[in-house]
Design a protein around this ligand. Sequence first.
Ligand SMILES: O=C(O)CCC(=O)C(=O)O
Length: 391
Amino acid sequence: MSPIMNSSCVETLLQYHPSQQQQQQPKDENSSVLFFDSNLLQKQGEVPKEFLWSLGDMVSTTQEELKEPLIDLGIMKNNDEEAIAIAAKHVREACLKHGFFQVINHGVDQNLIHDAYNETDTIFKLPLSKKMTAKRKPGGVSGYSGAHADRYSSKLPWKETFSFQYNYQNSSNTQVIDYFKSVLGEEHQQTGWVYEKYCEAMKRLSLVITELLAISLGVDRLHYKSFFEDGDSIMRCNYYPTCKSCSLTLGTGSHTDPTSLTILHQDQVGGLEVFIDNKWLGVRPRPEALVINIGDTFMALSNGRYKSCMHRALVNAERERRSLVFFLCPRKDKTIRPPNNLLTKKQPRKYPDFTWSNLFEFTQNHYRTDSATLQSFFHWHCSSSTMPSNF
Ligand SMILES: O=C(O)CCC(=O)C(=O)O
């Protein structure tokens, strides 16, 4: 995050076209672009107005923690039927209520997680001019973004992100390595290699979790696994600099994930919160665990049974924070439709057919994700007339 300029004055940290004051609408891609420098910004006592959130957004945490189940995934490897049935029951209860649980014994090497954080540090410590060579393109998902200031003018998140796409083909994939080399240069081959391995591990794990979700929903165990096998997933590294007035801003604003399933590792600082029963509850950082949550697309695939729950990330005055997030997504052109045995007289079809490509396009170009993304998407999609008349 940084202006391409050298001043310590808050006013000069931000440059934008004064006519842009939209709250939720993405910026027009021809409008002037705002850059900011986290190094300079985190030294300021004052939070620039572009980073201020409303009182409603800032409703404070209750200091209570979410009591999400901690699922031992070793049972899936051992195929322990009895233990799987118990785990599926816990997953079902959590997903019917809020869609969050954590997994341990997930099979992802702790050294790989450690290396992925090291590479995150490497990326975000690069000079701004270098990070800008990998700047996310309008409408795209891959690349560097400072506070999403290229997309929005207000309620900016106090963070930098680096995202890229991942679609597993085989174990000799080099797509992530190639991506890093192409945007940051040959010297970033190692970073690409670590994330290639990390994404491979995430994809493998996500398919195991889809089996558990299928069992918990009472559908064919392999139903979702085969649906997601050839998917186009997204990986995002989040870096939240310290903020002296952290009660005035957010690292990630409240939203539900439009994607299908999220696998998140957070460092030990804490700050991830989930909105349940009108309260913000903290998700305890557990170094050995991964946080799983249901996204909007999986909510649709479960015919609305499993919840895609609103969450956000706070920033910290003393400690910078990092998180690694893998978003499982289907192949772009696949139709999102729940399995037949989730459609009953009592629970008829809740959402019309759509493709991940349609929803993705909506969130990239037309809508800033919040708690109403899916409903707004159907509205928009119906009015833009391409929605199939299957509902
Ligand atoms: O960093 C976190 O804990 C949450 C990140 C998140 O929700 C996101 O990147 O969509």
